[in-house]
Design a binder for this molecule. Structure first.
Ligand code: GDP
Length: 289
């Protein structure tokens, strides 16, 4: 993904070009083409221009350095954001169908198990046909328990069962798969609210994470999903899936710059080991490589 972005950007920053209005227009175009949202673009370019003025520089190579520092600053994910990986934690995962939610849960379970954590899955997406079987299959593949009931059952009841198992087995992490019915915001809020109340009641002491899975190949659609989910629940981070595909990758910038959400993990394939913590330094370096 980053190659696409860097190809356009590097052409921009070549030679001793002066950073005039035409340059900024081209920079904006390059960012938009790489799936950086328009409001994020405006915000970034404004900040970069201001900093260039403040420093009294006007060559594109100086602007490049300012842009790089700005992106690193906005996108870096503090180590504290991953505290839940070290403590007892309950992770709810939300996302609309098809974005890679189930796959990401499987990969996250593997990532945490590899760190020595005892992980349990809860199949609380009881709505989508096949979702339960798919999660059970991931549980088998990773070698962790998956608590489930039958299709159509009450998600809150599944979470209740899973929490009993979590406590009885003295597990470290419970990852809850939830339904992704974003088109029905009221239902979704009610469902997530009910799940959260059960967690509050049964296990208030653990770290709580709510991760939204977004498909990096869907650009602005993913941005609007993220906004909606943010309105429905206390989102603590994003899993950006399919970054290995034709994704242009700029969405990672918008998620942070426009929505203020940290991208915590990126999915880079369909295999069990294809989930990584988001590495802002590498991401930004790749853009300008
Ligand atoms: P869900 O409906 O959101 O649970 O989506 P799934 O987990 O079933 O994933 C939908 C499709 O996307 C499947 O074919 C996955 O193998 C694929 N997928 C998920 N994550 C990734 C990823 O990071 N990269 C690629 N290339 N494909 C992915």
């Amino acid at each position: 993904m980053a190659n696409f972005f860097s190809k356009i950007l590097n052409n921009l920053f070549q030679s001793d070009r002066v950073a005039d209005e035409e340059f900024y227009e081209e920079l904006e175009e390059a960012m938009i083409q790489s799936d950086v949202s328009y409001p994020s673009c405006m915000r970034i370019i404004d900040a970069v221009k201001r900093e260039a003025d403040r420093k009294g520089v006007n060559l594109t190579k100086d602007v490049q350095k300012i842009l790089k520092d700005y992106l690193l600053d906005t996108m870096s994910v503090d180590e504290d954001y991953y505290n839940f990986e070290k403590e007892k934690s309950i992770i709810s995962v939300i996302g609309v169908n098809g974005v890679g939610k189930t796959t990401s849960i499987g990969k996250l379970a593997y990532h945490l198990k590899k760190k020595g954590k005892k992980v349990i899955l809860a199949a609380a997406d009881t709505f989508r046909a096949g979702a339960i079987e798919q999660l059970v299959e991931w549980g088998n593949r990773v070698g962790v328990d998956c608590i489930h009931q039958k299709e159509g059952s009450d998600p809150a009841a599944v979470v209740f069962d899973a929490l009993q198992s979590f406590k009885a087995k003295n597990a470290d992490v419970l990852i809850i798969d939830t339904a992704g019915r974003l088109h029905n915001k009221k239902n979704l809020m009610e469902e997530l609210g009910k799940i959260n109340r059960i967690i509050d009641r049964e296990f208030a002491e653990g770290y709580r994470e709510t991760l939204v899975v977004l498909d990096a190949t869907t650009g602005q659609n993913a941005m609007s999903q993220a906004k909606m989910f943010k309105e429905c629940s206390q989102v603590t981070g994003v899993v950006l899936s399919k970054m290995d595909s034709t994704a242009k990758g700029g969405m990672a910038i918008s998620i942070q710059a426009e929505l203020g959400l940290p991208v915590k993990y990126v999915g880079e394939g369909e295999k069990i080991e294809d989930l990584k913590r988001f590495d802002a330094k590498k991401y930004v370096e790749d853009i300008f490589a």
